[in-house]
Ligand binder design. Structure first.
Ligand code: ADE
Ligand code: ZN
Length: 326
């Protein structure tokens, strides 16, 4: 069967990955040692053993604990380079990387160290391997809109180094309308907009992301299938869904990958894409997501090419570069 080799070799864009979710346990312990940070786990094995998630929140608690080892610009650079090297190995030619500044500024880390460390990694990776990147600042939705406003203010001196904003963290109970005014302002500033919606939350949160946050892409969005009018809108407006199969499996959105609705999303003509979300926590980088999803669902070469094309269409690169790809 040559399908796995094709999936691994095909050029692709990755549009939904949280850089803090690429921190492997080995790097967490190395940075903890370098920075003198005390962890709640004695070693790499004990930490990895804790990666048994039942839902989004059970993951987020461990993900924020892991990120506590990040203090210096060099830490953010090292984390970025480790991910970009893996992305290159997976034939990712363009990646749009989420980062969560509030996870770091709340611990006293200056946002400059977060953004400039990641930006430097993106520059070095492009020079070394040719991969292009954009950074997307995500607001944590479990915090207040005032906190998001403060974060935007802190980030704006570095706005040359990120292309857009997104919304992540605990979805249910933190609907998009909570962030309508800050997203409207980001739109006026010329920033691109994405939002997590319909991962665990209802279709109403996807409508809200589109109508109230002016989101240009929906991160996850797999719950859209429960609302026929919403599916029609996503299709008519070619609004991409950045889907993360192994994340959905590990967080019990689709406990069995064979039941994942990606085949249905593609059959309905949606611009769905495959992404890794938090690869260090969910058991694989983007190619592992492709290979395991295809093995479980029985999708074939047509769907493979569709997903690669969708990843380029859904990206925020200039149209001329998309035309050259597609
Ligand atoms: N932060 C990191 N991964 C996330 C996810 N899958 N959903 C919401 N917030 C996240
Ligand atoms: Zn995500």
């Amino acid at each position: 069967d040559r399908l796995p080799a094709l999936l691994r070799a095909m050029p692709k864009a990755e549009l939904h990955m949280h850089i803090e979710g690429s921190l492997e346990p080995e790097l967490i312990f190395a940075l903890a040692q370098r920075n003198g940070v005390k962890l709640a786990y004695p070693n790499v094995e004990a930490l990895r053993a804790a990666y048994a998630f039942t839902n989004l929140q059970s993951f987020l608690d461990i993900y924020y604990a892991g990120a506590s080892v990040l203090l210096t610009e060099q830490d953010f650079y090292d984390m970025g380079m480790a991910y970009l090297e893996k992305a290159v190995a997976d034939n990712v030619v363009h990646t749009e990387i989420f980062f969560d500044p509030q996870t770091h500024t709340a611990r006293g880390v200056h946002i400059k160290h977060v953004i400039m460390g990641l930006h430097r990694a993106c520059l070095v990776a492009e020079k070394r391997w040719g991969i292009t990147s954009q950074l997307i600042l995500n607001f944590l939705r479990h915090l207040s809109e005032d906190d998001a406003w403060l974060t935007l203010e802190q980030a704006l001196p570095y706005s040359d180094y990120f292309s857009g904003v997104g919304l992540d963290s605990s979805e249910v109970g933190n609907p998009p309308e909570k962030f309508a005014s800050v997203f409207a302002h980001c739109k006026n500033l010329g920033l691109r907009r994405v939002a997590h919606a319909g991962e665990e939350g209802p279709p109403a949160y996807i409508w809200g992301a589109l109508d109230l946050l002016h989101a240009e892409r929906i991160d996850h969005g797999v719950q859209a299938v429960h609302d026929a009018a919403l599916v029609q809108r996503l299709k008519d407006e070619r609004i991409p869904l950045t889907v993360c199969p192994l994340s959905n499996q590990k967080l019990q959105v689709f406990p069995d990958l064979a039941d994942h609705n990606m085949p249905q999303l593609l059959a309905q003509g949606l611009v769905a894409t495959v992404n890794s979300d938090d690869p260090a926590y969910f058991g694989g980088y983007v190619n592992d997501n492709f290979v395991q999803l295809f093995a479980a669902t029985g999708m074939g070469v047509r769907e493979a090419f569709q997903l690669a094309a969708n990843s380029f269409e859904a990206s925020f690169v200039p149209q001329e570069r998309k035309d050259a790809w597609l």
